[in-house]
Write a protein that binds this ligand. Sequence first.
Ligand SMILES: Nc1nc2c(ncn2[C@@H]2O[C@H](COP(=O)(O)OP(=O)(O)OP(=O)(O)O)[C@@H](O)[C@H]2O)c(=O)[nH]1
Ligand SMILES: [Mg+2]
Length: 254
Amino acid sequence: MARFLTVVIPTCNEEKNIANMAKAIREQYPAFHVLFMDDNSTDSSKKLIEDLHDPMVTFFTRDPHDRGLAASVLQGFVECGTDYFICMDCDFQHPISALGPMYEELEKGADLVVGTRVERRALGFIRWAGSWAFNVYCDLFLFVNHKPITEDIMSGLFGGRRMLWAPIITKHWNEMELTGWKVLLDMLKFGPSKVDIHKVYYRFGHRAEGESHIGPKVVITSFHQCGPLGKFLARVIAGLKDINYEQMYPEKEL
Ligand SMILES: Nc1nc2c(ncn2[C@@H]2O[C@H](COP(=O)(O)OP(=O)(O)OP(=O)(O)O)[C@@H](O)[C@H]2O)c(=O)[nH]1
Ligand SMILES: [Mg+2]
């Protein structure tokens, strides 16, 4: 029997992409639910989704005091209510055609299916080199903590079984990097030491419309996820970038 899946999409002011994204997924995969986890967009995103009048598409407006990309995605995984979830971005950088093969891997019994980018050098040398180095750092961090590793730890395209992951997310919610971006890293960090990880390779595209949200804080939150050494490096990077680390992490580590 086919099981149900929700595509969880974090959004923040994605009016140029959001309706096209919902329609494209629904056309290709009529059985999939789509859940937009929106961090209080000030544009017309909500109205555009409401105007679709599609019961399989939900626009969830998150608590404005609890903002964060990771918080949005993780809350979506817990609350989606379907057997499986897959997380993807709203700007068409992740190909919709990957959703079908990822669903098949979940049906085969994967605990986690990771959309794994090929030809990452197309991102540009600086981003590729930074991404490669951080991936190696994460692998070491997970390895010494007896946790599983995967080829593309920073992928924003991945999915899992809700029954396995929802209790882990709920249990570790306050320890997770809720304002960070590397959700997969926290799932592997707080998940079991043995996880059946399947991979689906895909080509990472360019943002279709609208503006990128990426900034230097992404690097700081990512290192902050990786133990005491990572926290030390996050503090150093914040200093170099003139970002107030204490403001980002008030009292937690004082
Ligand atoms: N809910 C929520 N979604 C966010 C937030 N920041 C970004 N997003 C969404 O997260 C997804 C990824 O953001 P992008 O700006 O595309 O980041 P990126 O893909 O790493 O960077 P680019 O390659 O430059 O596009 C998009 O769907 C955004 O709308 C946030 O604070 N909250
Ligand atoms: Mg993007």
